[in-house]
Design a protein around this ligand. Structure first.
Ligand code: DAH
Length: 340
């Protein structure tokens, strides 16, 4: 029986050396040390031994059980440590890898230019006001001295929404709203979207943007108009920019002008941006027509004023050399990312 015990010790210890995973060790425990295992069998077999040998054999079997238990514990602890190390290895983070940059949004080019414009006019004391995009004939035309048969009112130019409602074709409508609500001195700009039933091409869009301006006070003259608009052009396009005032016509101003600036791209020599002319038209302006002032309850004998309407899209396309106005409205990320 002693030999059997010795053989079992040898075999069990040898086998234990080859086991590594917790699963293998558990199986070993059940198989060797369990109720049906050889160890229990040995204990059971003790019944056939002479009584005086039993205590010694019992001791030996218990010793073997203790020895195997200890070895098993050792192996199990080692298996747990190995498992933990493997897990740590598998989950290791390489903190030296470069991270992924989070994309941040940027301003739309129209907004970049608009913010510059707002800065310039605010520094000259202008307030920024808002006006509705859906307007009535009164604000968009009537009060601006645009007669009933004026082509601007034609269905081909104006999006009508109903009998009297339309999408504003010009931010000039905001002038009237402001003059009805405020009394002079008035100094405002009103940026916003305007709408015309134009065919879409590289230079036309049914939606575009204007920045309206209005100044009304005692003693305002054409010199004030020139000074403010020249200052604006120099700040937007640079101090060497030449500014040209051309006589023009608008129903709501008298006299009226259109303002060109020397092309910032070619310095006036003529290029693709200015279509060879050396000049870029950026706005319409004029002295507010007395009839318009009077219609808003402002006495033209006491007050005078000037107004202007700047084309924001034109300013933006020329600044960034954008050859097609449609790019401003398509929101193609590949285009917009260039302005981040
Ligand atoms: N509303 C004009 C347009 O859409 C631009 C304009 C011209 C606005 C003269 C004005 C102005 O306020 O005084 O073409």
């Amino acid at each position: 029986m002693k030999e059997k015990l010795e053989a079992l010790r040898q075999q069990a210890l040898q086998e234990l050396e080859t086991l590594h995973t917790p699963k293998e060790l558990e199986e070993f425990r059940i198989r060797v040390m369990g109720k049906k295992g050889p160890l229990t069998e040995l204990l059971r077999g003790m019944g056939s031994l002479p009584a005086e040998e039993r205590p010694q054999m019992g001791q030996l079997v218990n010793q073997l059980r203790a020895q195997l238990e200890e070895k098993l514990h050792e192996k199990e602890a080692a298996a747990q440590t190995a498992l933990k190390e493997q897990k740590l290895k598998d989950e290791a983070l390489d903190i030296t890898l470069p991270g992924k940059a989070a994309k941040t949004g940027g301003l739309h080019p129209l907004n970049i230019v608009l913010e510059d414009m707002i800065d310039i006019f605010q520094s000259m004391g202008f307030d920024v006001v808002d006006g509705p995009e859906v307007e009535t004939e009164h604000y968009c035309f009537e009060a601006l001295n645009v007669p009933k048969d004026h082509p601007a009112r034609d269905m081909q130019d104006t999006f009508y929404l109903g009998d009297d409602l339309l999408l504003r074709t010009q931010t000039s409508a905001a002038q009237i709203r402001v003059m009805e609500q405020r009394k002079p001195p008035i100094r405002i700009i009103c940026p916003g979207r305007v709408f015309r039933a134009d065919e879409v091409d590289a230079t036309h869009s049914p939606v575009f943007h204007q920045v309206e301006g209005l100044v009304v006070d005692k003693g305002i003259t054409m010199c004030d108009l020139k000074g403010v608009l020249e200052q604006f052009a120099h700040e937007i396009y640079g101090p060497d920019t030449k500014v040209k005032f051309r006589p023009s016509f608008f129903p709501f101003t008298e006299p009226s002008v259109e303002v060109d600036v020397s092309c910032s791209e070619c310095g006036g020599k003529g290029c693709r941006v200015c279509k060879g002319s050396g000049w870029i038209e950026i706005l319409g302006a004029g002295m507010v027509h007395p009839r318009v002032l009077r219609g808003c309850g402002i006495d033209p004998e006491v007050y005078s004023g000037f107004a202007f309407g700047i084309g924001l899209d034109r300013l933006t396309t020329t600044r960034y050399k954008i050859s097609d106005i449609r790019l401003l409205f398509e929101n193609d990320q590949r285009f917009l990312e260039q302005f981040d």
